[in-house]
Design a protein around this ligand. Sequence first.
Ligand code: BDR
Ligand code: CA
Length: 309
Amino acid sequence: MTTKKVVFDTDPGIDDAMALLYLNACENINLLAITTILGNADIAQCTRNALILRDMFDIKVPVYRGAACHINGSEPEDYPDFVHGADGLGDVGLPEFEGDIEPENATTALIELSKKHAGELTLLAVGRLTNVALAVQQDPEFAGRLKEIIIMGGSAEHPGNVTPWAEANIIGDPEAAEVVFQTGTPLTMVGLDVTTQTRMSHEFLEPITRGLPFGDFILAINRTYADYHVRSENRHDFPVHDSSAIAFTTRPDLFGRVRGQLSCTLEGKERGRTVLVEDPSGPHEVCMEVDSEKMLEDYAASIRRFYHA
Ligand code: BDR
Ligand code: CA
């Protein structure tokens, strides 16, 4: 089994928390660092949440704080508290935690890690692509040193979840997405086309988290997430966004893909749309199919094997 060296760029976020829980448990992934980005809450809160989750799951990697605004200098008008709660983790009460951030910022850390692990690094980004784009802009060699980028974001055919065309991570910073797409670095988009096909529920999570020290916390944050989907979709189960990108990283065989060149629409009502021009020699892959049953089996088996050992 080949092991992937991974940096996880994240905006925790309830589904980011579920993704980190899974990522830490994957046998074929060597997690090197966590970098944070604004998105589901502001950068201070997302970074605090990353530190809380690292301590809770007993993950021994550094956390680097990322950008507080988008690459064009703008700041978000608001944050999706109606999905993730005002604190980004469901407003269920955040625990005390130990551990601190690193002195370097996320962009510097990404560049340094790309030098240390040149040609070997998988950059797994499940938030806005701001940190990645900043690294591209600061170091023209950065993107070429990465092995691959895997993102949760965007959509080829499925309607957007913020506008009819745009997904949240991409419309959060479309200019950043376009900078990243234009690098030509191999990139796989795990977007709404597949993340909406797999759904989790309390019934799925309860047996796999029962008895874990953080089991009640996981169930509580997902109750907040489920409540949003009851209000928005009238369903008690919910889509698996960020963990689908983890699943692709550990089990790419579960996904059907289309190859081509991606770009991001920057103007007009379709701003934030990801457009795929199919091309068998293109640098990008877009996930269009997933074996959801096997993916959930892998999620459950990984949690059981790692945390219940
Ligand atoms: C994406 O947006 C964020 O709110 C989630 O954490 C996920 O990364 C889903 O569109
Ligand atoms: Ca996210």
